[in-house]
Design a protein. Structure first.
Length: 609
């Protein structure tokens, strides 16, 4: 390394070359005073640019020297010790400046966030960046989330208007949502980090969010009479999510067909936008599309993006925002509702086969029922509506619907005219329970039933209303629902197979755990080689083959696949917050040797490149 002196007035700042955007005026004054008293103790790093020398690292020292020159404390030609670096590209210069800033003095959080994103975007590892900055890997991840904020939010973080906790909560929002929240905060609304996080994670599906044709939706809406589409909400959230997911798939397919270099669909609340940049004017850049499909149903599409050179391990480790102070729930809201719907319908199916138990339940329901004008109303359990529009309903739902169809025919309710205001019937079970029937006509039809048929109708109406009390939470207690399930011996293993609907809503680390627990890893090989979507697809195929008793799989593997159940499917449910009394340790099978017959299953178990 050769040090030489260059006149101060021959030095210039590289435009956009310093990752430090915030410079404390008082600290700059202190540095100037120190240089005036003791001289410049550390050289600058520069590169030659025509007749000038552009600063690579040491901009704070340069600005302190310029401050002294303006005041006449030193000459404008003051000799500055520098190391001249030749052959540096713009990227190399920025990388050196970033490392120098990280190593020499603590950056402001927002500057630190963008400095970390710069290094990781050029292929550095999380551990390397953490070591250079003297912080933990978790701190690096939390800072990275800030690098995906919109420019307005970043500016407010730099100005100290936002606390770090509020800024981190904002990373769960799209840029438009961030700007809307900033606008409300500027109007003196008082939101803390928990308020913002709650608004974003509990966002209802509004009519304005739909990217599918609204005529595809067969449910009802709830709206303020004076509200626009943002104030009109889908009542059937599950149908909305199914239609929205289909529209997202179609949108992704369209972009692939029209020549996008890559199409990525992100499904977590947080999108790591720092891993991409807008394509420049250069020819030949691989321009892709990123579709952010949030759990709330909101869709954001960005076109013309270029991937930064981020290591795959870094991309995976930072795919989720580490901002939330509470542990992430093991099961998201949509998964909880799906699990509860499956379990409730399995219970209905089991009750249809046990008249005595169904009568016991009926007596309890009648004694607990809601009375309208002196009568007990029988309302269909929401689990039935959950699968009403599904192309592949579970076997329990199909059994219930067949029984209901028999009684709709026996009572002469087929093709009945419905009032104009009534919503479309969602199935035969719905036709039995809707309230647009004539009491006298219904009485005549019921009188015509045999004693056995009447007993069966009573049984059916009982089970249609019985299920888990709340679809929004997992039932982990000794409830009526779980007690009846225990008496009936209901086991979800014979009624449900882990499918794509369930598996695609699991996180990558959860899918890897499922592969190990179920034994599927012995056929899938190295789990880290899969993307989340590929792993979910491979597991879905594996479980289906086990359920179909595919003899090309070993008997032991088929049995393990059929026996595997998530804790949420037990009665009562078991979650990470409510562990099983004697949970067995599962051996980590990631280190198992890959069997030779994996190559024969390439079509079925396609690994990610």
């Amino acid at each position: 390394m050769t040090i030489q002196t260059i006149p101060l007035n021959k030095l210039t700042v590289a435009e956009g070359g310093n990752p430090r955007r915030s410079m404390d005026a008082a600290a700059l004054e202190g540095l100037a005073a120190s240089i005036k008293a003791d001289g410049l103790l550390q050289n600058l790093v520069v590169r030659k640019d025509g007749r000038k020398f552009r600063i690579v690292s040491g901009e704070r020292r340069y600005r302190a020297l310029s401050l002294l020159a303006e005041r006449g404390d030193i000459e404008k030609e003051y000799p500055v010790p520098v190391e001249v670096r030749g052959g540096l590209s713009e990227a190399d210069a920025l990388r050196l400046a970033t490392v120098e800033n990280i190593q020499r003095e603590q950056l402001a959080p927002m500057d630190e966030a963008e400095a970390f994103a710069t290094l990781l975007g050029e292929g550095a590892s999380l551990e390397d960046v953490a070591a250079k900055a003297g912080v933990s890997v978790l701190t690096v991840k939390r800072r990275l989330a800030l690098a995906s904020l919109c420019d307005e939010a970043k500016a407010l973080v730099r100005e100290g208007e936002f606390s770090l906790s509020v800024a981190e909560a904002l990373t769960l929002a799209t840029h438009d949502q961030q700007r809307a929240i900033i606008e409300r905060l500027e109007q003196d609304y008082h939101y803390d980090a928990d308020d913002i996080r709650g608004m974003l994670t509990r966002e209802k599906p509004a009519k304005s969010l739909a990217i599918f044709p609204l005529e595809q939706y067969t449910g009802t809406f709830t709206a303020d009479l004076f509200a626009d589409e943002d104030g009109t909400f889908f009542d059937d959230a599950e149908q909305f999510h199914r239609l929205q997911a289909g529209a997202v798939e179609a949108l992704a397919a369209h972009h692939r067909e029209t020549g996008a270099a890559f199409v990525e669909v992100l499904t977590e609340s947080y999108a790591p936008w720092w891993q991409y940049r807008e394509a420049g004017t250069e020819q030949g850049e691989a321009r892709g599309v990123v579709i952010h499909f949030k759990p709330s149903g909101r869709v954001e599409v960005r076109e013309g993006l270029v991937r930064k050179d981020v290591r795959p391990s870094v991309a995976e480790a930072t795919a989720q925002a580490p901002a939330a102070p509470k542990p992430q729930s093991e099961y998201t809201g949509p998964v909880v509702r799906m699990v509860n719907a499956h379990k409730s319908e399995a219970m209905m199916d089991a009750l249809l086969a046990d008249a005595r138990k169904a009568k016991e339940v009926a007596v309890i329901q009648m004694m607990r029922g809601i009375r309208y004008n002196g009568r007990v109303a029988v309302d269909a359990h929401p689990a039935l509506a959950f699968f009403a529009a599904s192309d592949k309903p579970p076997v329990s739902y199909s059994a219930i619907e067949r029984t209901a169809q028999e009684f709709v025919a026996a009572l002469g309710l087929e093709g009945g005219k419905r009032p104009a205001y009534a919503r479309p019937s969602r199935g035969a079970w719905d036709a039995l329970l809707n309230d647009d029937k004539s009491g006298s006509q219904l009485y005549a039809a019921v009188k015509s039933l045999s004693d056995t048929e009447l007993e069966q109708l009573h049984l059916l109406l009982t089970v249609l209303a019985f299920g888990q009390e709340s679809m929004e939470v997992l039932d982990t207690i000794d409830s009526l629902f779980n007690q009846v399930a225990a008496d009936l011996g209901v086991d979800m293993r014979g009624r449900w197979v882990p499918d794509e609907d369930f598996l695609t809503r699991r996180r990558k680390d959860q899918l890897e755990a499922i592969a190990r627990e179920s034994g599927a890893v012995s056929r899938l090989g190295k789990l880290k080689d899969y993307t989340k979507s590929k792993l979910a697809d491979a597991l879905s195929r594996h479980f289906r083959r086990c359920a179909e008793d595919d003899t090309t799989l070993s008997a032991d593997l088929r049995e393990r696949g059929r026996d595997w159940l998530p804790g949420a499917m037990l009665f009562p449910a078991v979650t990470s917050d409510v562990p099983a009394p004697e949970a067995e340790a599962v051996e980590d099978a990631d280190e198992m040797e890959e069997p030779s017959d994996i190559e024969n299953d390439e079509e079925e178990y396609t690994q990610a490149a």
